[in-house]
Design a protein around this ligand. Structure first.
Ligand SMILES: CC(C)(COP(=O)(O)OP(=O)(O)OC[C@H]1O[C@@H](n2cnc3c(N)ncnc32)[C@H](O)[C@@H]1OP(=O)(O)O)[C@@H](O)C(=O)NCCC(=O)NCCS
Length: 153
């Protein structure tokens, strides 16, 4: 668990500049602002932000996940570099799993770069298993995607 107080809540338009900063610092092919704005308006999407209690300022992390019928699909997930390895990612993932279970979902899935050892370790820690590989899924460097899934009880 995080050794810091976290507030996890739906993201809003006012969070998008902070989201973009985390996105650019986290991914080699970052999403554009319009893509995030579209997720705020997507009825299947839960766009969730994490704040450090008492720290003020922009978000420390965010996730975007879709709830479609009885499955959750995590489509974006990142923690600001300065807040990594403090349990923020673990707390955010626990929130998503709880939300999925509370919403009646039976499965959570995601794609992760095959070389993203940190994220893979995080997902494995919650019981996610690799179920398939999508070869050369990431067009910027032809990296494979690992598809990972977790069955919810
Ligand atoms: C992957 C990421 C979300 C992890 O967030 P985080 O807040 O640092 O993760 P936590 O501190 O909650 O770590 C939980 C566990 O995950 C594993 N983990 C996280 N980062 C790791 C790393 N860089 N190397 C190895 N294991 C790692 C560890 O098991 C860790 O537990 P520990 O710190 O007790 O050893 C963060 O590094 C990030 O935003 N990376 C860039 C974006 C990204 O790759 N997103 C995932 C896309 S699928």
């Amino acid at each position: 668990m995080a050794d810091i107080g976290l507030a996890i809540a739906p993201a809003t338009e006012g969070d998008l500049d902070g989201v973009m900063e985390i996105e650019k610092a986290s991914f080699r092919a970052p999403w554009k602002m319009e893509a995030f704005r579209a997720e705020l308006a997507n009825r299947y999407s839960r766009f969730t932000g994490v704040r450090i209690e008492g720290a003020g300022g922009p978000l420390a992390a965010f996730a975007i996940y879709w709830l479609v019928v009885d499955e959750v699909h995590i489509i974006n997930f990142a923690v600001a570099p300065e807040w990594r390895r403090r349990g923020v990612g673990r707390a955010l993932l626990a929130h998503i799993i709880r939300d999925g279970a509370d919403s009646g979902c039976r499965l959570i899935g995601l794609e992760v770069r095959a070389g993203n050892e940190g994220a893979i370790a995080l997902y494995r820690g919650f019981g996610f298993s690799p179920v398939s590989v999508r070869p050369k899924y990431y067009v910027d460097n032809d990296e494979d995607a690992l598809v990972m899934m977790l069955e919810l009880k």
